[in-house]
Design a protein around this ligand. Sequence first.
Ligand SMILES: [Zn+2]
Ligand SMILES: [Zn+2]
Length: 346
Amino acid sequence: MRGLAKVERTAGALELIDRERPTPAADEALVEVEYAGLCGSDAGIYEFESAFERMDLPNVIGHEYCGTVVETGEDVTEFAAGDRVVERPIRGCGECYQCRIGESNVCQDAVITGVDHDGAYERYIAVPEDALHPVPDDVRSKHAAVVEPTSIAARAVIENSRVGPGDRVLVEGPGPIGQLTAQVARAQGGDVVVSGVGPDTDYRLPLARELGFETVTVGEDMAEKRAEVTDGVGYDIVFDTTGHPSGLTTAVEQVRKGGQIVLVGQTGETTMPYSPLVRSEIDLQCSYASMYEDFERALRMIRSREVDAQTFIDDRFSLLDADEAFDAFVDGQTVKPVFDVSELYD
Ligand SMILES: [Zn+2]
Ligand SMILES: [Zn+2]
């Protein structure tokens, strides 16, 4: 079978390679992948950022997907051939301290599908059954392909923020996690504004408006919008999903005294005076990855359309010309490409 793999330790270097169909181990299900999304971390692999130097190449990439179980190992009891499923691709070791106390998202030795072993940009993938979730019949496979990023947003908003009805919320960054965080924060009752930068004005900010959010452009009308939306008080909660060092410093300018900043993007390094944060009693909270419950909530929010997967997804791209999708993603000309993986079936 053909799989789209990272083949060299340089930027780009994605190629279709040939792989054997995997045989599921006793506790695994063999899943035939239908649709798979392109994530910011896949783009990180494409550009070959330092976080991915540990990869053993070639490795088939992709970790957010929906597929159908076609075969099961002898110990599998919860799933059978024909079941549609999604996978939790970041898996704890089950043995370290954090795993034992129920914090497997910050496991000391996690493995990630599409990074530490072959991923979902190929027809078949073998997955431990305890990493699978059943997809309800009335959720389309193409929509279920974005459950994984939705679960990241669900964790950031529902577990790790205090957003409630009437709260004024700023989501910095109109990328995939930002657009999903905005939707989950709205579902929690927040009144949400989404901010972006110049290159986001072509596709990403218009998508946020299509999803029903007010938008603002950094460097243009941030101060006026803050004054208008919050009566000059500042936002109750600011989510930084930018992955850019300016995300945190901008959050500090925008949040109200006594408010909360939730860091979701991995922003690199910045310097800033901390005393104003202390004197304003800013609650600085981080959110990383997701766990079982976040996945279940993500599935339900897609099902109820509180998260509008149909509008969010971009199905213009093909795994047969993946560079086009990756280049568009890096340039901000798309948010969430979802590939029809059946194009790779022989
Ligand atoms: Zn992802
Ligand atoms: Zn662990």
